[in-house]
Design a protein around this ligand. Structure first.
Ligand code: DLZ
Length: 157
């Protein structure tokens, strides 16, 4: 059997993206934003087609993602943050709300909303995933955004 395979192209030309980043752990979220912008540029996104929104912490990302997705102005929303485990259970609440809220924003609007939020036990783990040793979660989320935006565009067409 050779089924028809559907997958989105890695071509960002003509697509519009919103990036949301949080200011908590800003040194690292800045690296995620840089990674996402670099990936979008390399995939052909036009400069005026990308808008960057900033919120205080990862807990605040889902509502803005929901509003931007519902606005009809963007083909995908790229959510970037860094949540690092501390000595209290705060990490679990913030991480769970961010993950559930982002998934909910996508499900309720039908617009791809990407989870580019690092959840790490230590600062070192977070640094590794923000471009030091284990890739850049911002770039990965941006690539996934381009692929999904194209897949859904193709399905609409
Ligand atoms: C309060 C808090 C804590 C303890 N840790 C983080 C974190 O590691 N990463 C992050 O993005 N935000 C954190 N925040 C802030 C919350 O996301 C939120 O901004 C505040 O609780 C205010 O609603």
């Amino acid at each position: 059997m050779h089924p028809t395979v559907h997958q989105g192209k890695l071509n960002a030309s003509g697509l519009r993206f919103a990036i949301i980043s949080s200011r908590w752990n800003e040194l690292l979220t800045t690296r995620l934003v840089e990674g996402a912008l670099d990936a979008l540029a390399r995939l052909g996104a036009e400069e005026q087609a990308v808008e960057h929104f900033r919120v205080p912490g990862s807990f605040e990302i889902p509502l803005l993602a929901r509003k931007l997705a519902a606005s009809g102005r963007f083909d995908a929303i790229i959510c970037l943050g860094v949540i690092i485990r501390g000595e209290t259970p705060h990490f679990d609440y913030v991480a769970a709300c961010a993950a559930n809220g982002i998934a909910q924003a996508a499900m309720e609007t039908g617009v791809p909303v990407l989870f580019g939020i690092i959840t790490a036990n230590t600062v070192e783990q977070a640094m590794d995933r923000a471009g030091v040793k284990a890739g850049n979660k911002g770039a990965e989320a941006a690539m996934a955004a381009v692929e999904l935006a194209n897949l859904y565009k193709e399905m609409r067409g």
